[in-house]
Design a protein. Structure first.
Length: 139
């Protein structure tokens, strides 16, 4: 196995850990501490609250996608991120169904939809880089 492949797997693992941290912030901080209390009040949560819910995950995806150049790498990251999102959604639904709503669609359709959305995000991030190819290493 080449050093580039090992490096890519390590970066994919780091991305999954960062997505886990971002999803934890989304749920435990933004959703539970901002959106749920606002929803229990007399008015509906403000639109900025719903936008803020997805900002941590979008930042991680953009940073990770910025260095991707190959369509295979972009698709791989999108599928892994979609599986990650589905796993978190399933776990949160199992942990406390009264707070975290059940998904509106079947798990397979949710996974496919998530993969398409992540593919668009990673592709846009990759296209925004200034140089073609992988980002050079330091040193």
């Amino acid at each position: 196995m080449g050093a580039d492949r090992v490096r890519e797997y390590a970066l994919l693992g780091i991305t999954v850990v960062a997505l886990s941290a971002a999803t934890a912030v989304q749920y435990f901080v933004i959703y539970l501490d901002v959106i749920v209390p606002a929803a229990r009040g007399p008015l509906a949560p403000a639109p900025w609250m719903w936008v803020a819910l997805f900002v941590p995950e979008l930042l991680v995806c953009f940073v990770a996608g910025w260095r991707l150049r190959s369509p295979v790498a972009i698709a791989t990251y999108a599928v892994v991120a979609a599986f990650h999102r589905s796993a978190w959604s399933w776990a949160l639904t199992q942990a406390d169904p009264s707070v975290w709503p059940r998904p509106a669609m079947s798990p397979g359709l949710g996974l496919l939809t998530g993969a398409i959305v992540y593919l668009a995000i990673f592709w846009a991030a990759s296209a925004s880089a200034r140089t073609p190819g992988f980002v050079p290493r330091c040193g």
